[in-house]
Design a protein around this ligand. Structure first.
Ligand code: BG6
Length: 295
């Protein structure tokens, strides 16, 4: 559908609009009385979220590629149908292919309290070449008092399906050295850099390069940013695990500018490869996340 057709069918003046963006991608703007969000149909990738009364919540890299075929660095990537790399097939795209595909618009809705958009992705010849299952994904993004996203995987194949998945938000922070994450005390997990099992004591902080899976006891935590004087609360359902990631000073990444690592922290509700989700034929599984900013 063209941008004009999308606006006619799913748009609403001042609330939902579609426009042309980078490399032919469609950019969608969602506005409610509580805030605004922008996303790209390419990757179903949320690019920004600004709740009324707060600064931008998400980080976007100055060096992001903005090119189809590559993932966007920052915002909220959707990792699916696998999280991380596929060890047996290192050539497969990291974090799956959902973040580098064009999605379609399924529905839009708005009320006095929220603005909502639902996107969809189905298997194609291209996807089956990478991952031979028939699937139907629905991704709902709601901008209300908080930002709520829900990713539903439908197994429309005749065989059972196993996935790993995750939301990969890049939260904008003042500086990595002064943020911490609460409600993780006592959580067990693994340090993905050393492979060692870990148990968290007290608040979690990002000390140098960090790549940690934790199994929190609560289904939420707050990224406390004393520099910006705010907390970002992340609540999640459909998973038991969180990934905490920051590349640190020394990791060279083509799409992260030198020093930019200090400006973001990733707190990612995910079903990692250690916690694959089995979905029987005809069934669905939903992973959801809510983001709320508080001063
Ligand atoms: C995190 C992983 O979720 O994403 C890290 O735990 C990874 O291992 C990071 O480096 C970034 O991944 P990518 O593919 O977007 O560079």
């Amino acid at each position: 559908m063209t941008v004009q057709e999308l606006n006619q069918r799913y748009g609403a003046r001042g609330r939902i609009s579609f426009q042309e963006g980078f490399d032919g991608a469609v950019i969608i703007s969602l506005v409610s009385r509580y805030g605004a969000c922008e996303l790209s149909l390419y990757g179903a990738h949320i690019l920004s979220y600004r709740p009324v009364g707060h600064g931008p919540v998400l980080f976007l890299s100055k060096k992001s590629a903005w090119q189809k075929g590559l993932s966007i660095r920052g915002g909220i990537p959707v990792c699916w149908p696998w999280f991380g790399a596929v060890d047996e097939s290192p050539d497969l795209p990291r974090h799956g292919f959902a973040r580098i595909q064009d999605w379609t618009v399924v529905a839009s809705e708005y009320t006095n309290d929220y603005t909502e958009l639902t996107l969809g992705l189905k298997d194609s010849e291209e996807s089956r070449a990478l991952w031979p299952w028939k699937f139907e994904l629905k991704y709902t993004i709601r901008v209300g008092e908080s930002l709520r996203v829900a990713l539903t995987t439908g197994n429309v194949d005749e065989r059972p399906m196993e996935i790993s998945e995750g939301f990969h938000p890049y939260f904008r922070i003042r500086e990595i050295e002064t943020v911490s994450v609460d409600r993780l005390d006592g959580a067990r997990g693994v340090d993905c850099l050393s492979g060692e099992e870990r148990k968290q004591t007290g608040m979690f902080s990002f000390a140098g390069e960090t790549d940690r899976i934790l199994y929190p006891k609560a289904n939420g935590c707050t990224l406390v940013d004393s520099g910006l004087g705010r907390g970002i609360t992340v609540t999640f359902q459909g998973t038991r695990s969180l990934v905490l990631w920051n590349p640190g000073k020394d990791k060279v990444m083509a799409d992260v500018e030198e020093g930019e690592y200090r400006q973001f922290a990733c707190v990612e509700p995910a079903n990692t490869k250690r916690d694959r989700v089995a979905i029987p034929p005809g069934k669905t599984h939903t992973l959801s996340m809510e983001i709320q900013c508080r001063s």
